[in-house]
Design a protein around this ligand. Structure first.
Ligand code: ADP
Ligand code: NI
Length: 217
């Protein structure tokens, strides 16, 4: 990576820190830090353009609706940032495409068009899994005022993916069935899948232990 690219990454890092400084809903700077780190490992494994991947990883949550008046105004903010920093138009378009199509959306988005997009999407999904994923889930539930668990509605009514919506009552434990346990089957890259499976199994073990302790075993 050349010096101008390194400078852009450093400036972008500071820009993102400023944008996310107020957030406590799971889109804090350290989420970006982790996604960036996983992105770099995946990009190396997959032979993706690591500069585009790293820029997209850094910027992927800046346009989030929760932090902006609308998705569109968030995306405009990111585009003007990239334009101010003399990034070549092709790279700007590529980064914009990645961050505007990356989010989970109930798992129903069309596949990412480019390898770089698939890498950054995998990295973002991996940060919802494993030990960090568990911690984020309980932190989010606390932030929303949801209970961590309600044994009267979970888990048997929820295990079937077809009925989780009707059974939904907003507990941290529900979120594992609503989203987290589905993520491993949506991964794009070989290495991403491997990591997702490891983190998936870790979450299963966690819930097994959680249910046992709940019953005083
Ligand atoms: P992202 O698209 O980056 O996953 P979200 O805002 O959907 O962002 O979620 C932020 C974090 O909070 C993630 O770790 C996610 O799994 C978790 N989360 C999202 N919705 C819920 C929920 N209803 N209950 C518990 N955790 C949640
Ligand atoms: Ni994210």
């Amino acid at each position: 990576m050349n010096k101008p690219e390194q400078d852009v990454l450093l400036r972008t890092e500071r820009f993102v820190q400023q944008c996310l400084v107020r957030d406590s809903s799971g889109h804090d700077w350290w989420h970006i830090h982790r996604v960036r780190q996983i992105t770099l490992s995946l990009a190396a494994q997959e032979g993706a353009d690591s500069y585009v991947c790293e820029l997209a990883a850094l910027l992927h949550d800046v346009a989030d609706e929760k932090l902006n008046d609308s998705k569109e105004s968030g995306l405009n903010k990111v585009r003007s940032w990239l334009e101010q920093n003399q990034i070549v138009p092709d790279q700007i378009d590529h980064v914009m495409e990645i961050i505007s199509t990356l989010s989970y959306n109930g798992g129903s988005n069309p596949p990412m068009r480019t390898l770089e997009g698939r890498v950054v999407q995998d990295a973002d999904r991996l940060d919802a899994l494993g030990a960090i994923g568990i911690a984020r889930t309980f932190a989010y539930a606390g932030y929303k005022g949801h209970p961590m668990h309600d044994p009267d509605t979970a888990p048997s009514a929820l295990i079937d993916a077809s009925n989780y919506r009707t059974a939904k009552n907003g507990t941290a434990v529900h979120h594992f069935y609503e989203k987290l346990f589905k993520i491993k089957d949506t991964m794009n890259t070989t290495y991403g899948k491997e990591l997702a499976l490891e983190r998936h199994e870790y979450m299963e073990q966690f819930l097994n232990q959680f249910y046992k302790e709940w019953e005083g075993e």
